[in-house]
Design a binder for this molecule. Structure first.
Ligand code: SAH
Length: 372
């Protein structure tokens, strides 16, 4: 007897169009897609038998070929400031991290797009973990599903806890283009999470061709990890810059909201003591951004073990910000949140089955340094 293992379709990862195709293939009407989206994402129902506006026979049919699978919560923790972090274990044993940041009047979820990251930015601990693989659409949206469920049961409220999503967790979202766009479509869908396009932000280190593709298929907000105002320094901090240098990156940013003159690109700029935080850097940044619809988010560097970088002090950050403001550039300093549970920007590491051997090399380097 041969045993064939069939994998069921995970309905969690299907957006409106995907579910419509699914129902059409069953000979059903496309509007079933909206009903099921609502059950899964709005109501948080995983048991197909509870979807009572579908006939019993249809539920049976669905159950034979599909299910709703979410990753297991391997660990969760809440910081003193209320920031929450979940470590989610995926079916293959890899783990990813998701962070929830509550603020007055809104709650932002920081979502991962890959297990690890290929870009190896010098100041980011995710980069030091190496890279395993892209997340599936289901694995990306499951982070929102889990957070929405955990938060509503914690707070016993029907208010939506997640009002904003930032694709700023582990990974480079534009290197997992299709799955990230599909997952963002579910976030924006009125039958699922109903988030507004201004409240879903994709952050990229600057994968230029994918930035142009993104504006064709989506109108989510865009953040760019700039971190340096000249190519020489950016080549070191964000090695991707060697492939996609600043001049072209700035053009791509200008083009992103070409059709909507009211929208701004957010430039993220990590503040590294003695590296990119001088007055000269501020002036270069002003020159780079002049005449652009951009606002700047200064991120105080969050340290992680064995990094050689340090956070700029408060006075330096304040002065840097003031210099930008005086030149007419809107700049804010991002509050450091959740750093007592390693949930702050650049501290997300998960558990990556590294296929690049980068983490191994990094460990060896640290060992050699600590011996010498
Ligand atoms: N790969 C995407 C998504 C990651 S977003 C991107 O580069 O935009 C995570 C943000 O936190 C990025 O702006 C990243 O540069 C920043 N970051 C990374 N490490 C950091 C650290 N140690 N301290 C503060 N910010 C950091």
């Amino acid at each position: 007897m041969s045993i064939t293992q069939t994998t069921k379709i995970n309905l969690l990862g299907l957006n409106s169009k995907g579910l419509e195709d699914f129902f059409l293939s069953l000979g059903e009407k496309p509007y079933r897609a909206q009903q099921v989206l609502k059950w899964i994402h709005f109501q948080g129902v995983r048991d197909i038998q509870l979807m009572t506006n579908l006939s019993k026979s249809l539920r049976q049919k669905i159950q034979e070929i599909a299910d709703i699978t979410i990753p297991e919560i391997a660990y969760e923790n809440t910081a003193e400031d209320g920031t929450q972090k979940w470590l989610l274990r995926l079916a293959d044993g890899n783990c990813i991290e998701t962070v929830y940041i509550p603020e007055a009047g809104r709650g932002t979820l920081c979502v991962s797009s890959q297990v690890g990251c290929t870009l190896n930015c010098d100041f980011c601990s995710t980069g030091k973990q190496g890279f395993s693989r892209n997340l599936s659409t289901a694995e990306i949206i499951s982070q929102v599903w889990v957070a929405a469920r955990r938060l509503s049961s914690d707070q016993a409220t029907h208010d939506r806890a997640v009002t904003n999503v930032v694709m700023m967790g582990m990974g480079e979202p534009l290197l997992n283009f299709e799955n990230v766009v599909d997952a963002m479509n579910i976030m924006l869908d009125d039958f699922a999470y109903g988030l507004s396009k201004r409240r879903v932000t994709l952050s990229t280190a600057g994968v230029i061709p994918a930035m142009y593709r993104l504006r064709e298929v989506s109108d989510v907000a865009l953040a760019v990890s700039l971190h340096a105002p000249n190519d020489e320094l950016r080549n070191v901090l964000v090695p991707l810059n060697k492939k996609y240098p600043l001049k072209e990156l700035m053009q791509a940013c200008e083009d992103y909201f070409k059709e909507d003159k009211r929208r701004y690109v957010t430039m993220e700029y990590v503040m590294l003591a003695g590296v990119n935080d001088s007055l000269v850097h501020a002036k270069q940044l002003i020159a780079l951004l002049k005449n652009m619809r951009a606002k700047v988010n200064l991120i105080p560097f969050n340290p992680f073990p064995n990094t050689s970088y340090q956070r700029s002090d408060k006075k330096t950050i304040d002065q840097f910000r003031e210099t930008l403001m005086n030149a007419g550039i809107n700049a804010i300093t991002r509050k450091t949140r959740g750093d007592d549970i390693d949930a702050a920007c650049g501290q997300l590491v998960g558990q990556v089955k590294d296929r690049t051997r980068r983490s191994e090399r990094y460990r060896k380097k640290i060992e050699t340094n600590s011996l010498s």
